[in-house]
Design a protein. Structure first.
Length: 196
């Protein structure tokens, strides 16, 4: 949702036109984009929670192993890209990295804990448990299909010339540096160098 707010802001579009502007300017497109972004977030979070619950049902050791490997790979990825900063006003120095690490770790593990709640609710007779697992598998398949439809809809609603922004591997620091170096507009240079 932050992306939606930043993209529809005339200030952001003026400041960094290369990045902001993927949402079309008419009200129907904005409404559809907002709805699809909300649906994408809901479907992704629900499918992750249900998928993790199914892992816990299969094997708690396997589930914890997958979560541990996922966290290690996630943090290695963030470290290799030097993209480990929490941008909060007033937070300076190494505190930005420590808070960034903590916030990212806690946030990324909300869904496995929700999966444990689902698992606790499923602890009933074995025959009923098998039926509950089947329902979870069906729900997961439906959620993944809905998520895929929302992704397709989202990419068909936005401006085509901004598709690259969703697949670029450039970090925020690299983007700011390149914006400063490549821009001919003094205002854009100033904002990319000093805006927090």
């Amino acid at each position: 949702m932050i992306s939606y707010d930043m993209d529809t802001s005339s200030h952001s579009r003026k400041e960094v036109p290369k990045l902001y502007g993927y949402i079309k300017d008419d009200s129907t497109s904005r409404f559809l984009t907002f709805g699809l972004l909300m649906a994408l977030a809901c479907f992704q979070n629900l499918s992750r929670t249900i998928g993790t619950a199914l892992l816990f049902v299969a094997s708690k050791q396997l589930a914890f192993g997958v979560i541990l490997v996922e966290m290690i790979l996630y943090h290695l990825h963030k470290l290799m890209r030097a993209d480990y900063v929490c941008w909060v006003a007033g937070l300076e120095g190494n505190g930005r990295f420590l808070v960034g690490f903590s916030v990212m770790t806690v946030y990324s593990q909300c869904f496995p804990f929700m999966a444990l709640v689902i698992l606790d609710a499923m602890e009933v007779e074995e025959e009923e448990n098998m039926m509950e697992r089947g329902k979870l598998v069906i729900a997961l398949a439906i959620l993944v299909a809905c998520w895929g439809l929302c992704v397709t809809g989202f990419f068909s609603v936005i401006k085509r010339e901004y598709l690259w922004t969703f697949f670029a591997t450039e970090t925020a620091a690299d983007f700011c540096r390149n914006t400063f170096l490549l821009s001919k507009d003094p205002f854009v240079k100033l904002m990319s160098a000093f805006d927090k």
